[in-house]
Write a protein that binds this ligand. Structure first.
Ligand code: SAM
Length: 213
């Protein structure tokens, strides 16, 4: 009798919302129009976590919100995440609760598996300095080149995927990402929605034996 130990490396997704509100004063009746496009980030959360009849436990999402006086980051942790449903409104309601929590530079828990703090992309990149950083951009290296076993470029182990919103990424952010040592990787020349990219990355990691840990 064999004991099969399956280790699933952590998958992190970082999504930057350049206009995304840092306050809870947006309307759940009009999320795109009142929240600085928090709807994009809600769809990214769904794509990262939600599977048929469950939540991915090995996923962590960082939402970098830059549409306020000071940046805030919301972190969602699959292992303990509760109350997430597939619909955008429920996710927005969870984020609204998180934004009502007084934020400091230390993580504070809002609801189970959801944390908030002040700080933006630089702080998240510091948190994830030991992960393989992958910046997703249309003109990057083909992701299919990353899958060879034993290659430095392989995605085995903890990885963090960095994505922009509808406005992409600023030159300053790109400089930060480059300094952090991220590889620039593409899913093809066609510009996709960030949540669709996340679905493809999850599929890629699910189906690639060399990357699943
Ligand atoms: C809607 S796209 C941004 C569109 C476009 N870059 C712009 O600035 O208008 C959102 C994010 O998804 C990611 N993305 C979209 N298509 C991609 C592709 N084909 N390969 C890799 N990443 C992609 C990038 O991180 C991008 O910043």
């Amino acid at each position: 009798m064999y004991l099969l130990l399956v280790f699933r490396a952590m998958r992190n997704f970082i999504v930057v919302g350049h206009k995304a509100t840092t306050t809870p004063s947006f309307s759940l009746e009009d999320i795109p129009g009142t929240s600085g496009r928090l709807d994009i980030l809600c769809r990214a959360v769904t794509a990262a976590f939600v599977i048929s009849h469950g939540i991915r436990k090995d996923v962590c999402v960082y939402l970098v919100l830059l549409g306020g006086e000071i940046p805030k980051t919301i972190r969602l942790v699959g292992e303990t995440l509760r109350h997430l449903n597939p619909d955008e409104r429920t996710t927005a309601a969870l984020l609204k609760k998180a934004l009502a929590v007084p934020a400091t530079p230390e993580w504070a828990m809002s609801t189970s598996g959801i944390f908030v703090r002040t700080g933006g992309l630089a702080e998240v990149l510091t948190d994830l300095k030991d992960a393989k950083l992958i910046y997703l951009r249309e003109d990057g290296a083909d992701i299919r080149g990353l899958d060879a076993p034993g290659k430095d470029s392989s995605l085995s182990g903890e990885a963090a995927f960095i994505l922009g919103d509808h406005t992409g990424m600023t030159p300053e952010e790109e400089a930060l990402i480059e300094q952090a040592g991220a590889r620039v990787v593409s899913l093809g020349a066609t510009s996709l929605h960030a949540d669709h990219c996340i679905v493809l990355i999850n599929w890629f990691l699910d189906t690639n034996v060399f990357m699943s840990g």
